[in-house]
Design a protein around this ligand. Structure first.
Ligand code: WTA
Length: 657
């Protein structure tokens, strides 16, 4: 059976939610922009780009002559930080709050656009004083504190290139990234607050740089956040607060060509070596700003926006830093974990700041679901008017819970599909225009061409599945992999002639709406039938006993692959069901009923945690190791490295079907 046939019957979703009339009446996005972009795609993007300030206007929109290496707005000159800062101040928004910072211990800071502009000017002078100029690489290894945003913007202001490394990465990962980019400067902090305590960062930098391991690094700029003691190296280390106090608050932004690089962001690929995804300025900012305004229906005068991502990920780059600030938005950033000091912290923050737009990940939503609605119900969430989701497919049950419990049934939900590589949102409903369907990212945004294709690269019909590709260049596309142009061409442009291969499986339903089915390497083949792990997980969490599920295909002598499901149960529901409930039998029957006997898991393993990366993605590779009874592979990117021991232990005590 081909993949197209096998996923033909998945995702029979008939619930559709039209936007409320009041929402449509004030919506930023109008249905007419689809039409406009279809008729003149490049003209449409040029119009969006012209909403930014160009020191020198561009006359050419796209140069695709060296495909797949694109140049957008190439003869224009722009300064990204000027667009995010000075322009807001000059146009009268200086007193508007740019950032409400909430530290995990409860300390707060507020930056207006004027204050943020001044801080970035000072920081640009500090960096300049340390010899950072156009094209230099600066590694940023900080908690989610205002200095992270200030650092990124200061680097951008100088036409230099930042490489933000998530604070949860180890010294080794940091060193690899510093070496690959040849960073001249590292910006870090003594530590940050996570899970109720100060967690050190500087020692990881010291270790990464130790024994001349990273010879490109000349200085380390250190923000004082936790006041924990740090080892100090006089020749390299400089306190951020001392340098900032001495720096001049005057700095004039210089213009750089639109294709000047803005950042490198490392992401994992199929090999061990992370890929340094390269983004440039003009096109990137154009699409980040356009999508932030239209997908989140941003009304910058009144909205309070909160994206829960860390700046260490692409979501933090595009939707904490560049999109919101280019649009003059007021936003909340929060340093810590959702459950510190109590499980209602996020809802408390929404209530405190009157958050109107919330953008988060399905994994967070599902973990809140697991705790039950009584926690969010204790807070006033009535300020919310729009909800967003990103990072993985959101199963319809989590979508409905998000809508009902968090959104009070009144907020449109935008399920946004995109990648580190795409730089900005590519597939998403537009609130006020699209009738939303739980679980589907639905349609490419205006100006974007996406397809679902078969093995030969031919577009499939509605009701069929295949691979997601992008068929036209887009402004915020990656411009390559740092130092490895061949890998860029091989990874993304070789599988289907002339199309960008995203690595995701997808299906078009009867209406032509797109459903993302997870990475294609997560698609299982059972007795020649292809099944998506996402589909299985969605079915499992639809059962009232199941809070979270992860499914893998394990090698099986008879069927090729067999389905192994790891599930976390909801204690309250289970207690109601009684002590003698046969979890395994009930859930296997449930899946068989939901999808068909072919989808019945071979094994159901009840666990108390799932192995997740620090960005919240389930590491199925490790679960596959357990399911296939082989030694567990590399666990260094796990958020909690103890989880695998507990799961493997469970297996050996025979807690299986
Ligand atoms: C997945 C995060 C389904 C997808 C912005 C993609 C999604 C990968 C969605 C990129 C979504 C992201 N629905 N799947 N709305 N958003 N993905 O680079 O598999 O961390 O290829 O970028 O996440 O992850 P990345």
């Amino acid at each position: 059976m081909s993949q197209s046939d096998a996923i033909e019957n998945l995702f029979e979703e008939h619930r559709v939610f039209a936007p409320a009339d009041e929402f449509t009446a004030q919506a930023v996005a109008q249905a007419s922009i689809y039409e406009q972009a279809t008729q003149d795609r490049l003209g449409f993007w040029a119009e969006q780009a012209n909403k930014l300030h160009w020191h020198k206007p561009f006359t050419k929109t796209l140069n695709w002559s060296e495909a797949p290496f694109a140049k957008w707005f190439e003869d224009g000159e722009i300064n990204v930080a000027y667009n995010c800062l000075d322009r807001n101040v000059l146009e009268g928004r200086g007193e508007r709050v740019a950032i409400h910072f909430e530290g995990e211990p409860g300390d707060t800071q507020t930056y207006t656009y004027s204050q943020l502009t001044e801080a970035v000017k000072r920081a640009a002078n500090v960096l300049n004083g340390l010899g950072v100029t156009k094209g230099d690489r600066v590694a940023i290894y900080l908690p989610l504190i205002p200095e992270a945003i200030i650092s990124m913007l200061a680097v951008a202001r100088l036409g230099a290139i930042h490489s933000v490394v998530f604070g949860g990465f180890s010294a080794d990962s940091l060193a690899t990234r510093i070496q690959d980019a040849g960073a001249k400067l590292v910006i870090t902090a003594d530590g940050g607050y996570r899970r109720g305590k100060a967690s050190a960062l500087k020692p990881a930098v010291d270790e990464a740089l130790g024994t001349n391991n990273c010879p490109s690094v000349e200085h380390v700029l250190v923000v004082k956040r936790t006041e924990q003691p740090v080892e100090w190296f006089e020749t390299t280390d400089i306190w951020w607060h001392e340098a900032m106090a001495e720096a001049s608050p005057e700095h004039e932004a210089q213009a750089f060509e639109a294709e000047n690089p803005l950042f490198i962001l490392y992401t994992s690929g199929t090999t061990g070596k992370p890929k340094g995804i390269l983004h440039t300025t003009g096109g990137y900012l154009t699409q980040a700003a356009f999508t932030h305004r239209n997908v989140f229906d941003l009304h910058p005068e009144t909205d309070v926006y909160w994206c829960t991502a860390d700046v260490g990920w692409i979501t933090g780059h595009s939707y904490v830093v560049y999109g919101p600030l280019a649009n003059g938005a007021t936003q909340v950033i929060y340093e810590g974990t959702p459950d510190s000091p109590h499980p209602g912290r996020w809802w408390e923050i929404i209530q405190k700041y009157g958050v109107t737009i919330l953008y988060t990940a399905p994994t967070a939503i599902r973990s809140f679901m697991k705790l039950g609605r009584s926690i969010p119900d204790q807070f006033d969430l009535s300020s919310l008017r729009l909800l967003g989701s990103v990072g993985e497919p959101i199963n319809p049950e989590a979508w409905m819970w998000y809508r009902e419990v968090i959104g009070g049934n009144r907020c449109p939900i935008v399920d946004t599909w995109w990648q580190t590589e795409t730089g900005a949102i590519m597939i998403s409903p537009l609130p006020g225009v699209t009738h939303a369907k739980p679980g589907s990212a639905q349609v490419p945004i205006p100006g974007i061409s996406a397809r679902v294709v078969d093995e030969h690269g031919h577009e499939v019909d509605n009701n069929h599945g295949g691979y997601l590709t992008l068929t036209e260049p887009w402004p915020s596309m990656l411009r390559g992999i740092w130092g490895d142009p061949e890998r860029f061409v091989d990874t993304y442009w070789s599988r289907f002639e002339g199309q960008y291969f995203a690595g995701d499986g997808a299906k078009k339903d009867a209406d032509g709406d797109i459903w993302l089915l997870g990475r294609v390497d997560d698609v299982m083949n059972v007795s020649g039938h292809r099944l998506s792990t996402t589909e299985l997980e969605s079915a499992l969490v639809a059962h009232p006993w199941v809070a979270e599920a992860a499914v893998v295909g394990a090698r099986d002598e008879v069927t090729g692959q067999a389905i192994v499901a790891f599930v976390i149960l909801r204690q309250d529901q289970l207690e109601a069901a009684g002590a003698d409930a046969d979890v395994s039998r009930v859930l296997r029957e449930h899946v068989a009923r939901e999808i068909g006997p072919i989808a019945k898991p071979r094994q159901i393993l009840v666990v108390s945690e799932l192995p997740k990366t620090r960005s919240g993605k389930i590491m199925r590779r490790l679960l596959r190791d357990v399911a296939e009874d082989r030694p567990i592979g590399d666990v260094t990117t796990l958020a909690d490295s103890g989880v695998m021991g507990a799961i493997a232990g469970k297996l050996s005590t025979g807690a299986q079907d």
